[in-house]
Design a protein around this ligand. Structure first.
Ligand code: ATP
Ligand code: MG
Length: 613
């Protein structure tokens, strides 16, 4: 492969242009990986553009051959099967494919791989589109709208099947499924040819048409490629191309009663769309020889235009404490282990969005963990670290009391007189241009239950009788006692406010205190519900080694408390973020948070608690 420095300047300049227009302040710098190296090498080849035409939309060989040069330098695709909601593993594939297209002046297609009848639903199609956009990606390239459905290629796929039959490259096999399995052999034994393998092309064509015309029941026969039953690669032992399935398809209705196999359909979809780099997960590595075999033969038969797409494999993303299999996620929902697909504990993108993860943090996690040829387990704390980095820089601050206990200021009128005492604090300590938040001090406040201890353990620096603390952005108070109910539980705490100690006033620091606690004035506190999440599973690899992931569900993964937030949040809008001082990053729940009912989800604590055992 030639690498000319002069030619290299083209794509790299384009790449710099794209990097220079980051999608957000948190857009990370791309990390080198084998796919970037491959693409840069391809783009540097003198003949990369040669023959790379693109005729408005997907199509067969003649369609593209007659078209002008492709304005997209590369084409990638994200091909979800619309049979469930996207999860964090999909985000890896989305960011990889759309990110490469963005960085190298290319297009990335969103293609619904809906070749399997029955399972697909419009609900999933809509949700997938919404999530790809939420992550910040667009499938438009100039005027092109690269949003495709694989089922719209059924006519071509069938034409390709007939062409293979006529060329003696495929045959209809009437062996029973059991015989077919038996005759496939295994890793140590070569397969055995089917007794139907040597039928004439004319006979095979007649059978294929009978299959298509609905003359045979499901499973009676399949169309297979004729390659090599002794191949060391089992995927080349005459793989199935078409099967009979009398089922209605959500897009094509009852037009078809035979449906292409994934291994046949997928390469064709890529080729019709002129994908240059077909990027998939490692388990497809053994399929690559068939991918190339099929496309090369269809090009030789004049059905597909060259250059043909090439497949590259990368390692899946696995996150610790998370399962990313649609089947298992569905089980969690259907068996009510969680409240739904968008439960904030779910690793689905709709769940993570509701939990408060930002698209920036997900993109940063995917980018920073790199792309390699091995299936890696990424520690969940990496994702949380990316979230903290994103929100630390921009989330407004506020005070919230999650588990409230009344604090009564016994000498309030004596020191501060009638009325409330106005206080303020910056919206963000580093973004002073965002201004100040206003709240006030009064005779009755809410503090955290854990900030009072009648008999404090050694080192406890918050409220206990005789101790002084600063109420953040307020005054210094000294605890004088507490009130208990009949059960002996503390129901209120009493304290004295010390004169001339108000934060930000001269001499306020004259009295030294070791503890600072957060608070909200009871006269203006906004009642709020807090949903505090912990990991959904107790085991870092909940489904590794065939383990039943349901046995390691964390019974304490959701804790709900009723408390208060400061008055600046009285009109908090759903889906906006805050850092509640001491407690972490929160988002107003996009479903349940409404005027008159404040509901906040804790997205993450301020510090890493995942690695604490
Ligand atoms: P599942 O096993 O959860 O059903 P899938 O791979 O069958 O997932 P698809 O809808 O076919 O789901 O996936 C669309 C794309 O997302 C595929 O190209 C697939 O390789 C990729 N993908 C799915 N899971 C991961 C993952 N954990 N890491 C990286 N890519 C993934
Ligand atoms: Mg799949």
């Amino acid at each position: 492969m030639r690498e000319s420095p002069a030619l290299f300047a083209g794509p790299l300049r384009a790449a710099r242009f794209f990097f220079a227009a980051p999608m957000s302040q948190a857009a990370p710098a791309p990390v080198a990986n084998f796919l970037r190296t491959q693409i840069e090498r391809d783009l540097a080849q003198a003949d990369w553009q040669q023959g790379r035409t693109f005729g408005r939309g997907p199509g067969d060989g003649p369609h593209h051959a007659a078209a002008p040069a492709d304005p997209a330098a590369i084409r990638t695709r994200f091909p979800p099967e619309p049979n469930g909601y996207l999860h964090i593993g999909h985000a890896k594939s989305i960011c990889l494919n759309f990110g490469l297209a963005r960085d190298y002046g290319g297009a990335c297609h969103l293609r619904f791989d809906d070749t399997n009848p029955e399972k697909e639903e419009q609900e999933y199609v809509d949700a997938i589109k919404e999530m790809v956009q939420w992550l910040g990606w667009r499938w438009e390239f100039g005027e092109q709208i690269n949003l495709y459905e694989a089922s719209s290629y059924f006519d071509f796929m069938y034409r390709a099947a007939e062409a293979l039959v006529e060329a003696g490259l495929a045959y209809v096999d009437e062996q029973s499924a059991e015989d077919m399995r038996k005759n496939r052999g295994d890793f140590t034994t070569p397969g055995t040819n089917s007794p139907f393998r040597d039928r004439s092309p004319a006979e095979n064509l007649a059978r294929l048409r009978e299959m298509r015309d609905g003359q045979h029941p499901d499973g009676a026969m399949v169309l297979r490629a004729k390659i090599d039953m002794a191949s060391p690669n089992i995927n080349l032992r005459d793989p199935a191309l078409y099967r009979i399935k009398h089922a209605e398809h959500h897009a094509t209705g009852t037009k078809w009663c035979i449906y292409p196999m994934y291994t046949f359909a997928h390469p064709i979809e890529d080729a019709l769309e002129r994908i240059t780099h077909s990027i998939c997960t490692l388990e497809f590595e053994d399929q690559r020889p068939f991918y190339d075999w099929l496309l090369d033969h269809l090009a030789q038969l004049g059905l597909l235009a060259r250059p043909l797409p090439r497949q590259f494999e990368f390692g899946r993303l696995n996150l610790s404490y998370v399962v990313t299999s649609k089947r298992k996620l569905r089980q969690l929902v259907e068996e009510s282990h969680v409240a739904g697909w968008d439960d904030p504990r779910m690793p689905t993108l709709i769940g993570m969005r509701r939990r408060g993860y930002t698209p920036e943090s997900i993109r940063a996690m995917v980018e920073s963990t790199g792309t390699t040829k091995t299936n890696a387990w990424i520690d969940y704390s990496v994702l949380e670290g990316c979230l903290r980095a994103d929100l630390e820089a921009r989330a407004p601050r506020a005070m919230a009391v999650l588990e409230p206990l009344p604090l009564e200021i016994v000498n309030y009128a004596e020191v501060l007189g009638e009325g409330f005492d106005a206080c303020s604090a910056p919206v963000h300590p580093k973004l002073l241009e965002l201004g100040e938040r206003h709240f006030s001090f009064g005779p009755k406040l809410w503090i955290e239950r854990e900030d009072f201890c009648e008999l404090p353990p050694k080192g406890y620096q918050r409220l206990f009788p005789g101790n002084k603390v600063r109420l953040k952005a307020g005054h210094v108070v000294e605890c004088v006692g507490c009130t208990k109910n009949e059960a002996g539980e503390v129901v209120a705490v009493q304290a004295r406010v010390l004169p001339d100690t108000k934060s930000g006033t001269p001499g306020a620091d004259a009295i030294k205190v070791k503890g600072v606690i957060t608070w909200v004035g009871a006269h203006e506190a906004v009642p709020a519900e807090f949903r505090l999440f912990d990991r959904l599973f107790l085991d870092a690899q909940p489904d590794a080694g065939g383990k039943d992931f349901l046995t390691v569900l964390n019974p304490g993964s959701l804790r709900v408390t009723q408390g208060f937030v400061e008055p600046s949040l009285a009109r908090a809008e759903a889906a906006t973020h805050w850092q509640f001082e001491r407690h972490g990053y929160f988002v107003a729940d996009r479903v349940d948070h409404q005027p008159g009912r404040a509901v906040f989800n804790r997205t993450a604590t301020l510090k890493d608690t995942w690695n604490k055992s």
